[in-house]
Design a protein around this ligand. Sequence first.
Ligand SMILES: [Zn+2]
Length: 406
Amino acid sequence: MSSYAPLLAALLALLFGLAVGKAWERYKLVDGRIMDRRRGRESPHYLLGLNFLVSSQIDPAIDELTKAAARAGDALEVHVMLGNLYREKGQVGHAISTHQALLQRPKLRKLEQAHVLLCLGLDFKRGGFVDRALEAFDEVLRLDPNNPHALVNLEKLHADQHQWLEAYNIRRSLVESSDAADKERHEAILAFLENELGLEALKRSDYAGAAARFQAAIDLDARVVPAYLNLGDVYRAQGKLNEAIALWERAIEIVPERAYLAFERLESAYALGGGRNRFALLCRGLIGANPQDWRARLALSRHQGARGESDEALRLLFEALAQNPHALLLHQAIWQILSKLDFSRALVERYMELTRHAVFYLDPHVCLRCRYRTDDLLWQCPHCHEWNTFVEDRIAPAKEDQELNA
Ligand SMILES: [Zn+2]
């Protein structure tokens, strides 16, 4: 029996130690009083605040979290969150002073410090203090070298200022530190940055350097259309017409929905290369593969129109109009041909019949991420700064939809 006594004593001591440790973790001495460290989070104000946040009601969320913060004393996360809410409301000065005050606390752990600095960087960014934002994000990376939020924000700041090399280097490190699932996404963005670096080289008339950048972009992501267009332009400027043609044709094979970006280039290159029917064949191939391709019809129509085949040109435009009645380009092209044909009454009536239900708008491209609208296809959204998010917003006439569903 007595041989168990030391063991029992040790066990009790261990339990006592654990209990003290737990209590130490939970309570602390503030102004001579015992405070519960968890009280901030357990306060009903904290939960209420979070509930308001979930339903995007920022003002009541701030009210509740302010009360929770007053009760919690120094609960870091509540104060960090409050600062972030001030920023969301546009009270950038308030956000900055809240986060800066947190940084003055002694005994802040390294990761806590990094997190507060990240929030401060976002405050500066929101307020337009680019240099101070850069400094804050750099400081986060000093404390936490692979912090993905700091890396992404730094990259965007550099990209905003067209500092493509800095942005490129940051995305490169994101590629290196990412797991297999994210790698492809990072590489697709890296490809766009390679393309921007190629354009910079082009401005310096460094053709070899530009070509290497564009090729590297294609190697990173075979779907990066602008790199094909630009590399082809370099080849053409160097007199390598066939290489340029082959490259633009490959881009069309890989991303047929962007084929129209290469149309003008290919049409003139074919004309130089003596391929009289090649452009028409290309367009017919695209229309065959995708009957909704109105841009290939428009290009083919212009091509045929230039050869004096007005009837065929107009027929193609009417077909294209059925696919996309909102494209102003089509209407302009149609009126040009109608005028050439002296406004044949039958043709004008056919046109009016086709357009009866169309409502016009000018900005058919929309960002999938933030819904920003624009006339032209953009590779980077000027609003949310994401890459390659634009699609063409098209409305088919109701009658056609019914036919498709029938
Ligand atoms: Zn956007």
